[in-house]
Design a binder for this molecule. Structure first.
Ligand code: HEC
Ligand code: HEC
Length: 304
């Protein structure tokens, strides 16, 4: 209601509500006033179709009173709670106020819990069933839409449950990833590689690094061209976590494998972004999530 710039709708809604209730009262009063004279056999005396008569069975008094009580309740409710246009009600209740109060209550309840997790080593948090239950819920609400409910990712969204990391898999690195977000940026490289044929040969060399099916003649022709890639992916193709450049030798493909996928990668490059969570989640929540993600690929040894 507060979104409207003029009072018109407020007055309109108020009038409609009050007229509605008064109409109910009026209806009740008019129908109650109409006395039906009953004949000796308790029928109204009306006869249709030769022998169809109407019993005179008025609604019981207590039933009528229920209607009256409902109407009185309606007025009481409208006086106490928001309902009449802009009028906020005598109790000052608001949806937002109730939400804020519930959130504040949950926060005070959870604070000691989060404080305990914050004082623990991430490896120990990953072993704590209560922390992991919280981590699981946080993951489902904030991460699963991109990384999948099993955290195994999909094309373009990394699998978080394997031991392969673009940006580093220590609890500290994962925490950094969550807090600040990450941008994986591979520039289009075709110009640095040469002709389309060179790009194809290089793609076969890249496939050969992980022992994927490839054409070995093309691979050997493409090998020298890998110089253009070594700055980021390393001479041996094992990648560089500081740059977010993936390991090309492990047969794990974020953007698909095969000649076509790799040729496209070389020609077009890729900008891939993990959104920063610092605005959305508290530091304590990020800490629990980082331990949760770490625990997905580092099965904690002795469970408590
Ligand atoms: C909008 C989609 C999206 C959401 C939501 C999202 N991520 Fe990501 N995440 C990505 C993408 C894309 C990457 C890969 C970035 C890159 O290519 O460098 C990534 C990367 C990561 C990495 C780094 C993986 C590695 O190999 O180093 C971690 C860890 C991670 N996400 C965890 C999370 C967690 C935990 C959440 C929930 C708080 C989350 N992500 C929410 C899209 C998302
Ligand atoms: C400036 C650094 C940089 C250079 C140079 C570079 N890359 Fe990349 N490359 C990246 C990054 C970063 C990614 C990951 C993109 C992402 O986060 O999704 C990547 C991803 C890839 C992938 C996808 C891997 C997968 O798992 O799907 C392939 C294939 C690849 N690069 C091949 C090459 C080849 C071949 C060259 C040389 C022509 C090259 N790159 C040059 C940074 C680089």
């Amino acid at each position: 209601m507060s979104d409207f710039t003029s009072n018109f709708w407020s007055i309109y809604v108020t009038a409609l509500t009050i007229v509605g209730i008064i109409a109910c009262l009026l209806l009740l009063w008019i129908t109650a006033r109409k006395k039906v004279v009953a004949t000796s056999d308790n029928t109204t005396g009306h006869v249709w179709d030769e022998d169809l008569t109407e019993m005179n069975n008025p609604m019981p008094r207590w039933w009528m009173w229920l209607f009256v009580i409902t109407i009185v309740f309606g007025f009481g409710y409208l006086a106490a709670y928001p309902g009449l246009g802009k009028f906020t009600g005598k109790l000052g209740w608001t949806q937002k106020g109730e939400y804020d109060a519930e959130m504040a209550k949950a926060k005070t309840e959870l604070e000691p819990l989060y404080a305990r997790f914050a004082s623990m080593k991430p490896e120990d948090v990953a072993r704590d069933p209560q922390a992991m239950a919280i981590g699981d819920r946080l993951f489902m609400n904030n991460c699963a839409q991109c990384h999948g409910s099993d955290a195994r990712g999909s094309k373009g969204f990394p699998n978080l449950a394997d031991g392969d990391w673009l940006h580093g898999g220590s609890p500290e690195k994962i925490r950094e990833t969550l807090t600040l977000g990450r941008i994986g940026n591979m520039p289009p490289m075709a110009a640095a590689v040469g002709t389309p044929e060179d790009v194809r040969n290089l793609a076969h060399y890249v496939l050969s690094l992980s022992g994927s099916p490839h054409d070995s003649l093309r691979a050997s022709l493409g090998k020298p061209k890998f110089m253009a890639c070594a700055a980021c992916h390393g001479m041996d193709g094992k990648g560089n976590q500081a740059l977010g450049a993936p390991n090309l030798t492990d047969d794990i493909w974020l953007h698909g494998w095969g000649e076509a996928a790799i040729t496209a990668m070389i020609n077009n490059g890729k900008v891939n972004q993990m959104p920063a969570q610092a605005e959305k989640l508290t530091e304590a929540q990020i800490g629990v999530l980082a331990a949760y993600v770490w625990g997905l690929s580092n099965k904690p040894t002795a469970a408590k």
